[in-house]
Design a protein around this ligand. Structure first.
Ligand code: SF4
Length: 396
């Protein structure tokens, strides 16, 4: 039976956090059950991009990674942190902004994978992938430990243990995922790289417009499991999401069958879900003030990918100072049969594959879901809109 530990902890105190990381790992069998003496152990935090604040819940805390590395050392393993930030983001800037350079000074190895030697490995029976573009330190590791931070995500609802693994592939493949199928791609990654342990940093989490610009949540929990799907199912549940609502968890548990997503079949150790859960504001629930009048029509069949992509694109338009171009627009998302004859076609923007049959009648943005930047271009009519982290469509 898959087991997930939940341990309530302090949001700020390094010593208490370290003790509770230890407790969470001990509750699921201890580090010695995962790491053998001499193993090279890749500790994988989330370094998505330079956050507004190191304690905004966007980036895994160094305190949690350090505690994990100390446990690995105690059982004779050789830990190192390895990560690549989102496409187009300099990982070293995240390392510096989030205090990981101090870990280096204390003798902990922190590798920016974007500067490491590249390699390609095959993917067996992938849902999406035939091969992975990764790096030598990833394939040379005996053990991978995923250390995600608990947060919402504008395209995948949440980003937890499995999505965190996306930092172990190159930028080009990261970007491609979001046009080809990010959920299936992430599941293939986990089925291939097989993280043996997940330690989830839920000390300071993020809700709302994650994965970068959301609001801090002083959640105060650490989760651990050797089953990354079970860990994500429980982590999501603590945030108010049923496991089947999260595409990555659902596909991993039901289609790829690489772990357990049924919470009734997961043993919970330590604190209970009821003691620690808190309903997070979802990315799609974020209201953006100060916008001109426009119509956003989300039909019943519009799925989360398109919903969140459109909302994040509108948010980016505001950040880019081009929100005035929304005035008078009608944005259609999801499958529909009746073209709105009462609206001037030049004011209509059709989003995604579901609207394709009307592509010759109005501005059409292809994709399933489309990349944020194409949505922004389609709505604004401005071709050279600024590329921001979130418009890359591939921030973890
Ligand atoms: S285009 Fe794709 S992602 Fe968008 S609503 Fe249709 S099926 Fe969903």
């Amino acid at each position: 039976m898959s087991k997930v530990s939940i341990v309530k902890t302090d949001c700020y105190d390094e010593a208490i956090i370290a003790a509770d990381v230890r407790k969470a790992v001990e509750l699921i069998g201890g580090m010695a059950s995962v790491v053998k003496p001499g193993d090279k152990v890749l500790v994988k935090p989330n370094f998505a991009a330079v956050p507004l604040d190191r304690l905004s819940g966007a980036i895994t805390r160094w305190e949690v990674c350090k505690a994990v590395m100390d446990l690995v050392r105690e059982v004779g393993g050789e830990p190192f942190i390895a990560e690549s930030s989102a496409a187009g983001v300099d990982t070293e800037k995240v390392i510096e902004a989030c205090g990981y350079d101090q870990l280096r000074e204390q003798g902990y190895e922190v590798i920016d994978l974007k500067r490491a030697e590249k390699t390609v490995i095959p993917v067996k029976n992938g849902l999406l992938l035939k091969e992975l573009n990764t790096w030598k330190p990833v394939v040379e590791a005996d053990v991978i430990i995923s250390v995600p931070v608990m947060k919402t995500h504008d395209q995948t609802e949440v980003t937890l243990g499995m999505k965190n693994i996306k930092g172990l592939i190159g930028d080009t493949q990261k970007k491609w995922f979001h046009t080809a199928g990010v959920q299936e791609g992430v599941v293939d990654l986990n089925a291939t790289l097989k993280p043996k342990l997940t330690v989830m940093d839920g000390t300071i989490a993020q809700e709302g417009y994650g994965p970068l610009f959301g609001d801090r949540v002083e959640m105060g929990v650490i989760l651990a499991s050797t089953d990354v799907v079970a860990c994500d199912a429980v982590g999501g549940k603590l945030m108010g999401y049923e496991p089947e609502e999260v595409g990555i968890t659902r596909i991993a548990g039901k289609i790829a069958k690489i772990g357990e997503l049924d919470i009734s079949k997961i043993e919970i150790a330590g604190n209970t879900i009821e003691e620690t859960a808190r309903v997070f504001k979802r990315s799609s629930q974020v209201e953006i003030p100060g916008l001109p009048d426009f119509k956003l029509i989300l039909t019943e069949g519009a799925c989360t990918g398109c919903r969140n992509t459109v909302i994040s694109a509108i948010m980016d338009m505001k950040n880019d100072g081009i929100e005035h171009t929304l005035a008078g627009k009608t944005i259609l998302v999801g499958p529909f049969d009746q073209f709105p004859e009462d609206v001037d076609p030049k004011d209509i923007v059709l989003i995604g594959k579901c609207t394709m049959k009307f592509r010759d009648r109005a501005t059409f943005v292809p994709g399933c879901p489309p990349n944020n930047i194409f949505v922004e271009r389609g709505i604004s009519g401005i071709e050279d809109v600024k590329r921001r982290y979130s418009t890359e469509g591939d921030v973890d």
